[in-house]
Design a protein. Structure first.
Length: 64
């Protein structure tokens, strides 16, 4: 069973700063970040260089 990571940050879309908090199920922190980049890129057409991650935390099963 994978771990759950909560990732917080922001990205720039046109002239706006869009904040986000996403919970992603993954086996590792690096893979969770890759999933985040892929999701934001497909949903919002934002490049990876415009995504700024401020916090990543691994959640305990009872936190979800």
């Amino acid at each position: 069973m994978g771990k759950i990571f909560r990732i917080k940050g922001w990205f720039k879309k046109k002239r706006n700063k869009m904040e986000f908090t996403k919970e992603i199920s993954s086996d590792s922190k690096d893979r969770a970040v890759e999933i985040l980049y892929s999701d934001l890129g497909s949903r919002h057409a934002v490049k990876r260089s415009l995504v700024h991650i401020s916090e990543i935390e691994e959640l305990e099963p009872e936190d979800t």
